[in-house]
Design a protein around this ligand. Structure first.
Ligand SMILES: NC(=O)c1ccc[n+]([C@@H]2O[C@H](COP(=O)([O-])OP(=O)(O)OC[C@H]3O[C@@H](n4cnc5c(N)ncnc54)[C@H](O)[C@@H]3O)[C@@H](O)[C@H]2O)c1
Length: 255
């Protein structure tokens, strides 16, 4: 592993499967990592692992959908490590579990809650982080999107709308703040298997997902997403902005 991120401080908003992979990779490349999650126990365990492996990480309770909480996480990063160089907004709720539900049946409360967390929350993270990044002379914002944002699917309406909104947010940030040194990109993971999905998905579903992919040897892993995120956080990625980058085994081929 190289040390492309040495001297940088990165806030990962949302632990869990992919977020844990992001935190581990950023720290392995030398970053100081602040890992925030609304369920802090998991984030604390990941941060402890990183520190035990010789890396630099702290965990904090972060509700990404709450303005004061996002501001506090950014303040914590600045206080502990002297500033902020990157934020990866990664959390999501997944309350739309019923595939029989479409626009006609989706409870308004579920639509609103998905927007509140998955879209408004990313906006709040952006607003909290931008001043600190600008103070540093620039930085990188990465958002976790999804193929759902562009594919057109009969299920998970609110989730897809929120992710499409995140992609619009990303382009706004890239175009408005680019001249001030801010880069902004989305990573759209394909099916990325980790502990939660390993148990939630049965073998037939995993096979079906594999069949959808161009790469047939395996489904995605958090490490795949983290490898792209590390590039986007690093100076090596300093000419990449305003992009939605699929890390999805070829499920979506963007032009
Ligand atoms: N895993 C996949 O196949 C896949 C595919 C496409 C996109 N994604 C996206 O990747 C991201 C991570 O997904 P994952 O699969 O690792 O899910 P996960 O459930 O393992 O992790 C999500 C984490 O977000 C946290 N969280 C939920 N609400 C929060 C809030 N308000 N504030 C802070 N943290 C909160 C949860 O506690 C959890 O730790 C999500 O944005 C998801 O939409 C995942």
């Amino acid at each position: 592993m190289n040390d492309r991120l040495k001297g940088k401080t990165i806030l990962v908003a949302g632990g869990g499967g992919i977020g844990g992979g992001l935190a581990r990779r950023f720290a392995a490349e030398g970053a100081n990592v602040v890992l925030g999650d609304v369920a802090p126990e998991g984030a604390e365990a990941i941060a402890a692992d990183i520190v035990a492996a010789g890396g630099s990480a702290i965990a904090t309770r972060l509700d990404g959908a709450d303005e004061a909480s996002t501001a506090a996480a950014v303040a914590l990063a600045c206080e502990k490590f002297g500033g902020l160089d990157g934020i990866h907004a990664n959390f999501a709720n997944f309350i739309e579990q019923d595939d029989s539900v479409g626009a006609l049946e989706l409870p308004l409360a579920d639509f609103d809650e998905t927007m509140r967390v998955n879209l408004r929350g990313y906006f709040l993270c952006t607003r909290a982080a931008l001043p600190a990044l600008l103070e540093r002379g620039g930085g990188s914002i990465v958002y976790t999107s999804s193929p759902a944002a562009c594919k057109g699917e009969p299920v998970r309406l609110a989730y897809a709308v929120a992710k499409a909104g995140v992609e619009a947010l990303m382009r706004h940030v890239a175009s408005r703040y680019g001249a001030m040194g801010i880069r902004s990109n989305c990573i759209a993971p394909g099916t990325t298997i980790h502990e939660r999905l390993e148990t939630e998905l049965d073998d037939a579903t995993k096979q079906w997902l594999l069949d959808l992919s161009i790469i047939k040897s395996r489904l995605g892993r958090p490490e795949d997403i983290a490898a792209m995120a590390a590039l986007l956080m690093a100076d090596e990625g300093s000419y990449i902005t305003g992009q939605v980058i699929g890390v999805d085994g070829g499920v979506v081929m963007r032009s």
